[in-house]
Design a protein around this ligand. Structure first.
Ligand code: FES
Length: 327
């Protein structure tokens, strides 16, 4: 893990995965909105990812419209230049020789860490007495070719998390798999996450899912109590992993949700997979697909069930302190 700063002055940070590592480069900055925070991301000359608030302190133009200059980001409007680590304004065009850039001219800078194929930014709040968290994507050790993407989903972030428990089939598909409405037990608290298993069948199953007695597959959803990193796994009935998808999610503007994801197939467990599934893999077909356009009617029809436990567990998180991490 590369870390530019792992703690904030005001408290312990909560890491939000906000972008795929490969989406951030050294030429063009990337705009991202997570947890309602407008960010601009780029890499400095050492390849270290940097994050600033996406607002120029001069005239509030998005800094993401500017360009990367070595370790700095230059606003595209009047050319003020900001250091990626501190946010300090380091240059203003047309200053006279004796004039200096005032020290208080600065963009908000955030702590950044990179690992497991995601860039993480410290945002929001964390329980004051909790240990500093590891990166939320730590349990994602990809062992095969990955399938990645990003989108803005037309649903609020709170609902996105709730639907991932109540009806993940509204948010994503696994190829040739039909998720059923049957939970294989209650949602389990695991640290600061809620984990729920539901039964699934191969799509070739003749009977409708409500008449199915055996579930040869398990879809396991892991939803955080704090933050936005989700995991969805397709497992065999004996809990051998087949596909793992790690999803970074966070509130975007106007009740929408930013999502980016990466997932892979556990090729060591493919022996029992149906032939057409393996053929699809050989043809390069994605083993899963996330939806950006969410079917409102399908969501309205979902029972509000395990997400109640999520809401209760979220309500029980104790003392929260706001933080703003500065690199
Ligand atoms: S708005 Fe950015 S330099 Fe003027």
């Amino acid at each position: 893990m590369q870390t530019s700063s792992s703690k904030s002055p005001g408290g312990k940070p909560i890491w939000w995965a906000v972008a795929l590592s490969e989406s951030i480069g050294q030429v063009k900055p990337l705009a991202a909105v997570f947890d309602g925070e407008e960010l601009v991301l780029f890499r400095d000359s050492n390849g270290q990812p940097r994050a600033l608030r996406d607002r120029c302190p001069h005239r509030r133009v998005p800094l993401s419209l500017g360009c990367v200059k070595g370790d700095k980001l230059q606003c595209g409007y009047h050319g003020w230049t900001f250091d990626g680590a501190s946010g300090q304004c380091t240059a203003i065009p047309n200053l006279r020789g004796e004039e200096k850039v005032p020290a208080h001219y600065a963009a908000q800078a955030f702590a950044v860490a990179e690992g497991h194929g995601f860039v993480h930014v410290a945002l929001g709040a964390w329980a004051a007495d909790a240990s500093p968290p590891e990166l939320p994507t730590a349990g994602y050790p990809a062992t095969g070719p990955e399938f990645t993407g990003s989108a803005v989903a037309n649903i609020s972030h709170a609902e996105y998390l709730a639907v991932m428990l109540d009806g993940p089939q509204c948010l994503l598909d696994f190829s040739f798999v039909r998720m059923t409405d049957f939970f294989l037990g209650d949602a389990q608290r695991s640290g600061d996450q809620l984990v729920l298993d539901r039964g699934a069948v191969w799509q070739s199953q003749v009977l409708p899912s409500q008449f199915v007695a055996d579930y040869p597959l398990i879809v396991r959803t892991t939803v955080p109590l704090v933050g936005g990193s989700l995991r969805v796994e397709l497992l065999t009935g004996t809990e051998l992993p087949l596909v793992t998808v790690q999803i970074a999610s966070g509130a975007n503007r106007r009740g929408t949700t930013s999502v980016c994801w990466r997932g892979y197939v556990h090729t060591e467990n493919l022996a029992g997979m149906p032939l057409r599934w393996r053929a699809g893999r050989a043809a390069g077909r994605d083993p899963f697909k996330l939806h950006a356009h969410i079917d409102g009617a399908a969501i309205a029809a979902l029972l509000v069930a395990p997400s109640r436990e999520l809401a209760a567990a979220q309500g029980s998180t104790q003392k929260i302190v706001p933080i703003r991490a500065v690199a």
